[in-house]
Design a protein around this ligand. Structure first.
Ligand SMILES: *Cc1c(COP(=O)(O)O)cnc(C)c1O
Length: 474
């Protein structure tokens, strides 16, 4: 039997729509959602051995705090679980030079999806041979940089790109390894905006429409390109293996068709990323060991069915599954406003960041877990919404949650699992500066990315430079 959702004090009162069931303990730190080992010490949330009140005092808010041991544990877990296969971390989820060095140390590969991400990887000393370059509209400059640097694979995504890339490699006397990105017609069970393998979208070559076969032929016709395999990425925040099963079957069928048409058996398939993580207690992520075992089994069975002479090497590209869970965002509460609705009251809790440091709620309707982080409260939980300080009513960080009814200005709120696609998608909307990313280990913080300053932003505005008016007068 469940207690009344608004608690005994509110018996008979209504609750706004959309709220999850009231948690039994609104102060609880759910191990599934928070960084490994996170807990409360004297009421204060602790991650990586450091209390968030100390972290806030030292680094300010808003800020991202990354549990270093958890991040490295997850990347090593993927690397170990996928022994005999290749793991490429999807850099777009979160990238900094220190992250690049950790991945290098642990032997992972690295996916980049732009010239900027490629440059960061190269400047951080990542071995080019373990870099994969993605993108549906790579520029000539990006392709030249990748080819000259010796990037291990370029995942080609259009006939235009194949025609652009071949002469770039040829002129340099290089044979560039490439994979052809295909779409397999699977829509992963996820939010529409982040499903990428159904047919009506910009990525890849459709298998069913024959475009993939034509792209393969186009690559094979170029002596400066070496076709090493096929690539499929079916979406993000995926919680079951069935989509990967269908993708693997379609890709292996295409391998068999390529063997029959061209007399070659490609040696690699990349099944992309998209493994889901727990943003809330309702999410039940797959474990890397299970994913690895399952993928290997599926691909072996499909290859046997298609009578391929050997099983191709498999690679995967987890982004969020490595970078998401180890990081939290810490905010300070600024204003608290109860808003009376037809059905009960909603407590709007405004924090010192918002859609500029976490756009995912506004963009994808993403769900997050948030707790009062600087203290315990025994006051009954109320229906709340965490909002930012931007000039948009859609500036919501956590749409529907329960918070202790006495949350007040100056309190700290922590949002879990913000390591992926938050700092990476951060903006300067309303001229807010981007928060720092601080790695925490054994109770000690190390800044990975410092807080942006207004001077950083103003330095781009030519009219604000000290010598501007004098220059104009000349
Ligand atoms: C975004 C992306 C990934 C990573 O997705 P996650 O959901 O973060 O695991 C992997 N591969 C490709 C091609 C992508 O576009």
């Amino acid at each position: 039997m469940h207690a009344h959702p608004a608690g005994p004090l509110h018996g008979g009162l209504q609750v706004p729509d959309g709220l999850p069931p009231r948690p039994e303990d609104v102060n609880a730190i759910d191990a599934q959602v928070w960084p490994a080992g996170a807990h409360r010490r004297d009421g204060v949330l602790v991650l990586g051995g450091a209390g968030v009140t100390d972290l806030a005092a030292q680094y300010g808010t808003p800020a991202y705090f990354l549990d270093e041991a958890d991040f490295r544990g997850r990347s090593r877990d993927y690397q170990a679980s996928f022994a005999g296969m290749d793991v490429f971390y999807a850099g777009k989820s979160f990238l900094s030079s220190q992250v690049v060095r950790w991945l290098d140390e642990d032997g992972l590969g690295l996916d980049v999806a732009s010239g900027g991400e490629l440059e960061l990887a190269l400047r951080s000393g990542f071995p080019p041979a373990r870099i994969a370059l993605h993108g549906n509209n790579k520029s000539v400059a990006e392709l030249i940089r990748a080819v000259e640097a010796g990037v291990g694979r370029i995942i080609v995504d259009s006939l235009d790109e194949i025609a652009r890339l071949a002469p770039i490699a040829a002129e340099r006397g290089i044979v560039q390894p490439v994979q052809v990105r295909v779409t397999v017609g699977v829509e992963a069970h996820t939010h529409e905006f982040i499903a990428t393998a159904h047919e009506d979208q910009k990525f890849g070559f459709s298998i069913s429409g024959g475009a993939a076969s034509r792209a393969v032929a186009a690559v094979l016709a170029e002596s400066s390109l070496s076709l090493i395999g096929l690539h499929s990425h079916i979406g993000s925040q995926i919680f079951d293996m069935s989509g990967f099963g269908v993708a693997a079957r379609r890709v292996v069928e295409l391998l068999a068709e390529i063997r029959d048409t061209h007399g070659i058996e490609l040696q690699e398939i990349d099944l992309g990323g998209g493994l889901g993580i727990a943003y809330t207690a309702d999410d039940d992520p797959l474990r890397p060991q299970d994913v690895a075992e399952s993928l290997r089994g599926i691909v072996e069975a499909e290859c046997a069915a298609a009578a391929l002479s050997s099983t191709p090497r498999i690679s995967v590209e987890p982004g969020r599954a490595i970078s998401g869970p180890p990081t939290i965002t810490l905010y300070e509460v600024g204003t608290v406003k109860p808003v009376q609705l037809d059905k009960g009251t909603r407590l709007y809790v405004s924090v010192d960041g918002g859609m500029s440091d976490n756009i995912r709620t506004a963009l994808y309707d993403a769900q997050y877990t948030c707790v009062l982080a600087n203290r315990l409260s025994e006051v009954p939980a109320v229906a709340a919404r965490i909002v930012g300080k931007h000039c948009e009513s859609g500036d919501i960080v956590v749409r529907d949650l329960w918070l202790p009814g006495d949350v007040q200005p100056g309190d700290l709120l922590a949002v879990a699992a913000t390591g992926a696609y938050c700092r990476a998608m951060a903006s300067n909307y309303n001229l807010l500066t981007k928060p720092p990313v601080v790695a925490v280990k054994d109770g000690v913080g190390t800044v990975l990315m410092r807080r942006e300053t207004l001077e950083d932003i103003f330095s781009l505005d030519v009219g604000l430079q000290p010598d501007h008016s004098s220059k104009e007068a000349q």
